[in-house]
Write a protein of this length. Structure first.
Length: 195
């Protein structure tokens, strides 16, 4: 029975989108900038989200100051999403503060041990390449930020006297927070808007 549903789902995915849905999907995808990628949503609820960010991505966008906005989405930059799918939406997040990742105590222990190792050496820091191996340095480059969930941008079919069309609307709730965490493929991307 599960094969039947898989076959039907695959056939539906291959069905070309009507023109109005392609246009609507392109409008939604215009919000997502691949160059503004900052990290992954580790957990999300109706009020808050935890976003994991790497130092490299943070530096690429010029930093992530408190109270800046991020977007979380499954929409892949440069593609037109199928707006009929539940996870074709964009969640607006507001950065509140730093947040500990599950491995934060271990990361702190490694930093302290390396700082003790270079204590008194003014020409080296705890993460200097002569003190810390590149793999450990990379792993310690991850940090968490706690964000407030502001709401969701999604497409809705609106009717008027001249007919109906899809428009981007904003809802102050999540359309489905499980879709952001359990859909196939890569985790939700968080893209920064520091402006």
């Amino acid at each position: 029975m599960s094969n039947f549903f898989s076959t039907v789902a695959q056939q539906l995915d291959k069905t070309p989108l009507p023109k109005e849905l392609q246009t609507a999907g392109a409008d939604l995808a215009a919000f997502v900038e691949g160059d503004a990628y900052v990290g992954e949503v580790c957990s999300i609820g109706y009020e808050e989200a935890l976003v994991q960010i790497h130092d490299y991505n943070r530096q690429q966008v010029g930093g992530i100051p408190a109270l800046s906005f991020l977007i979380a989405t499954r929409v892949i930059p440069g593609t037109t999403p199928d707006v009929r799918k539940e996870d074709s939406s964009i969640v607006l997040l507001r950065v509140l503060d730093q947040a500990d990742l599950p491995n934060s105590q271990e990361a702190l222990r490694v930093r302290v041990e390396n700082a003790q190792r270079v204590s008194g050496e003014l020409d080296k820091t705890f993460d200097h390449r002569d003190v810390m191996d590149p793999t450990t340095n990379n792993l310690l480059g991850y940090a968490g930020v706690r964000c407030r969930v502001i709401g969701t941008f999604y497409l809705d079919k609106l009717s008027s006297e001249s007919g109906s069309k899809f428009e981007i609307v904003f809802g102050s709730d999540l359309t489905s927070y499980l879709a952001l965490l359990t859909s196939s493929g890569k985790g939700s991307d968080a893209s920064g808007d520091t402006g």
